[in-house]
Design a protein around this ligand. Structure first.
Ligand SMILES: Nc1nc2c(ncn2[C@@H]2O[C@H](COP(=O)(O)OP(=O)(O)OP(=O)(O)O)[C@@H](O)[C@H]2O)c(=O)[nH]1
Ligand SMILES: [Mg+2]
Length: 198
């Protein structure tokens, strides 16, 4: 699949603010600073479609981007940023939960984890949540350019074991910096769209 068109559609907090045209949605979740915005920009060949933040934890809204006039990328707020108040953390949790609850057109959740670190407690909660609600997921280990070749397999195993990935969960690697893993992830998305049409 090639992404030829990507445009920001809307930012939302409440369900009533989400698009209502029933197009397929592919959502991106992960810890703040994991590289979510960068990954979306890389996939869409746009340098500034989504703001890449120097200050982590900036995106507190659910952002919808219309792709190829066909489906949506949904950028969810990054979780687990240490330097925010408990109240703020709870409000983010609510924003994410509100979106994930019974979103019929949501056909794939891309869960991003930093390839260098063992998934955090928040990542584990997120993964369990995705599974509990029966969404299809693909886990993407980001910033793979930061690892030596010899370290990659070992780190992927830690991610797999810590999250307790199931057989049918895909695990991919990605680097926005080096533009690695793009084709594989786009392939997963194309399959998602094809399945949604059946
Ligand atoms: N080395 C390397 N750095 C990356 C990569 N992707 C993102 N970064 C850096 O990581 C930082 C965070 O990137 P973002 O894309 O803003 O991360 P985010 O997950 O959207 O963060 P929030 O919106 O704050 O939750 C930035 O300084 C990026 O330049 C990558 O593939 N490799
Ligand atoms: Mg972001």
């Amino acid at each position: 699949m090639e992404i030829k068109q990507a445009e920001f559609t809307t930012s939302a907090v409440l369900r009533s603010q989400y698009p209502t045209d029933n197009r397929v949605e592919i959502a991106f979740v992960g810890r703040s600073n994991v590289g979510k915005s960068s990954l979306i920009n890389t996939l869409t060949n746009r340098r500034k479609l989504v703001k890449v933040s120097g200050t982590p934890g900036k995106t507190k809204l659910v952002n919808f981007f219309l792709i190829n006039n066909e489906f949506y990328f949904v950028d969810l707020p990054g979780y687990g940023y240490a330097k925010v108040s408990k109240v703020e953390k709870e409000s983010w949790g609510k924003v994410i939960e509100t979106y994930l609850l019974k979103r019929e057109q949501l056909k794939k959740i891309v869960l991003l984890v930093d390839c260098r670190h063992k998934p955090t407690e928040d990542d584990i909660i997120m993964y369990k949540w995705i599974k509990y609600y029966n969404y299809d997921t693909v886990v993407v280990a980001t910033k793979i350019d930061k690892l030596k070749k010899s370290e990659i397999q070992r780190n992927l195993k830690v991610i797999k074991d810590t999250l307790g990935l199931q057989q049918d969960d895909q695990l991919l690697t990605f680097s926005s910096l080096k533009k690695l893993g793009k084709e594989e992830l786009l392939q997963v998305m194309e399959e998602t769209l094809t399945e949604a049409k059946d």
